[in-house]
Design a protein around this ligand. Structure first.
Ligand code: GTP
Ligand code: MG
Length: 379
């Protein structure tokens, strides 16, 4: 099964792309209007995004089980109140993003002006700059360089090796999901809205059920939006995995009972906005009622440093969790992963690298991360 996103200037154009690539019977998962990137995008006609699925073995000859024309009637509808607030929210995010870019530029100039760096020995400055260029936060980069410097000065080991050692300690070992047949594991996905919780959950559900031949169950507690339930329903139908829908955390016990024979149960939750205390309570209830074995905090690699800081702070109510990163394909480098590891102290699990289910996810590889963070050394 392959899930892919198509963009067109009109619905017809996007649908034509779907037809051309996936065949005329591709399953349409969702359609929506999207704005073009950048401030100027708000003044241009919106584009149309269509997410479609097709069985890879049957591509071009796929018989849909059910067609869900999500949002299909929305094209001509006038701008509503919630659309306006979404536009404002996006504008705010873009403005804060611009602030972030300005900060980075200013700090870049500071490095150029004062080549000695922020209290760092001259010989280490190129490494500091390399980390900062790879979007490691300046304070974190300084701390890492200082730690490596201390090891270097106390030993005869060259600085680069010391730096790699310290970076490896901060990246830490990866802790992907381990499931053994018969021992039912409950895994809960939490995170901000739109980061890729449901898609990542579907990718792992497919890997565990199709590739690893485990008995998988799905539970969704995201009943705030009809489209959210439909999204997981479609994945569940395609993968032939049973799905239970919870309208209140209290229904968790009954749902678990429905999945009593499963090896692993994936629980999807609604995206949480920062400081939503009611939703925090609901997530905690879901975790405790399901006796969750693992919780994955899903974060997008597109998030700024201050964004990550706020998200990680806002999830400090969780007893424990692992970090799962998405949208690596849209990010320019890997510093964000190191920053989140450093701030949260929580282990890495998976990195998602695109929209295709189940292909675009991999176990976080510390060596690969290290070499990406250490790239472009200018010494
Ligand atoms: N480029 C890219 N897109 C991704 C990735 N993971 C998810 N997406 C896309 O991000 C969008 C949102 O994904 P969802 O899985 O619905 O996100 P969510 O966190 O469940 O969203 P809510 O339930 O609304 O909070 C979809 O268009 C996905 O296809 C990824 O690794 N790379
Ligand atoms: Mg979701």
């Amino acid at each position: 099964m392959k899930v892919k996103r198509y963009i067109g200037h009109t619905a017809q154009e996007a649908m034509q792309k779907v037809k051309d690539e996936m065949g005329k019977d591709a399953l349409i998962l969702s359609t929506r209007k999207i704005r073009q990137k950048g401030i100027t995008g708000w003044f241009k006609r919106p584009l149309i995004e269509v997410v479609a699925a097709a069985d890879e073995s049957n591509e071009g000859n796929f018989t849909p089980r059910r067609i869900v024309p999500a949002n299909a009637t929305n094209y001509a509808s006038p701008v509503r109140q919630d659309d306006t607030s979404k536009v404002l929210e996006k504008l705010e995010a873009q403005i804060s993003n611009m602030g972030e870019i300005l900060n980075k530029l200013t700090s870049g100039f500071k490095i150029m002006e004062n080549h000695a760096g922020p209290g760092i020995k001259q010989e280490y400055v190129p490494y500091y700059e390399m980390l900062v260029k790879n979007e490691v936060n300046e304070g974190i980069a300084k701390d890492i360089i200082e730690k490596a410097g201390l090891i270097h000065e106390r030993s005869s080991v060259d600085f680069e090796r010391c730096l790699k050692r310290v970076l490896m300690e901060h990246i830490g070992p990866s802790r992907p999901l381990e499931v053994s047949p018969g021992s039912r594991k409950v895994v809960v996905f939490v995170g901000p809205t739109g980061v890729g919780k449901t898609t990542s959950l579907a990718k792992l559900a497919a890997i565990f059920s199709i590739q690893k031949q485990m008995k998988v169950g799905l539970i969704t507690a995201d009943t705030y939006r009809i489209a959210a339930v439909d999204q997981l329903k479609i994945y569940a139908e395609i993968m032939e995995i049973p799905l239970s829908i919870l309208y209140s955390p209290r229904e968790m016990l009954a749902a678990l009972e429905e999945h009593r024979d499963k090896d692993v149960i994936f629980v999807d939750t609604a995206g949480k906005s920062i400081r939503d205390r009611a939703q925090e309570k609901e997530i905690l209830e879901l975790i405790s009622l399901s006796k969750a074995d693992e919780v994955y905090l899903v974060l997008s690699c597109n998030t700024s440093y201050s964004g990550c800081l706020n998200i990680i702070k806002s999830y400090s109510f969780l007893p424990d969790y692992k970090l799962l990163f998405t949208k690596m394909d849209e990010a320019s480098n890997y510093g964000v992963i190191l920053n989140c590891r450093y701030i949260s102290g929580k282990p890495l699990s998976y990195i998602a690298t695109g929209q295709s289910v189940p292909d675009d996810i991999e176990v976080a590889d510390p060596n690969k991360l290290l070499s990406c963070i250490m790239k472009r050394v200018e010494v």
